[in-house]
Design a protein around this ligand. Structure first.
Ligand SMILES: [Zn+2]
Length: 132
């Protein structure tokens, strides 16, 4: 029996860490943003998710809220040339987006699984969607 999470937040924490939200024991991702078809430990079918564009939206919102004050501070610093400010800002934004994309996708997949959304919706005759 897998170690099922007791709360939505516990499942999302596992997804953020790139672990299977259901059991927490196996990797969730086969590639950078491609989930494994099935969990190697608990057998949960992760191909049922429909995260679509939501993880990039989350990453963009978080990056924007962090970058806005940083840009204000950088813009107020008159000793830094404009080209250096722009280079630093773009580098920071791209780095933050790339860092946040996989954790955001893991969290969204966990959210969908926990809430029974998309392909994880309960079907008649199934105790838990997506598990063989
Ligand atoms: Zn699992």
């Amino acid at each position: 029996m897998p170690d099922l999470p007791h709360t939505l937040w516990a499942a999302m924490r596992r997804g953020i860490k790139g672990r299977c939200p259901r059991c927490g024991g196996a990797p969730l991702f086969a590639k950078f943003l491609k989930p494994v078809p099935r969990c190697a430990l608990c057998g949960q079918d992760w191909s049922l998710h429909a995260a679509d564009d939501f993880p990039p939206y989350v990453a963009i919102i978080v990056t924007g809220h962090v970058m806005a004050p940083a840009l204000i501070v950088l813009g107020a610093a008159t000793v830094i040339p404009l080209w250096a400010t722009m280079t630093l800002a773009v580098t920071m934004a791209v780095a933050m987006l790339l860092t946040l994309l996989q954790p955001a996708k893991g969290a969204i997949i966990a959210l969908q699984w926990w809430m029974g959304m998309a392909g994880f919706a309960q079907r008649p005759g199934k105790i838990e969607a997506g598990v063989k």
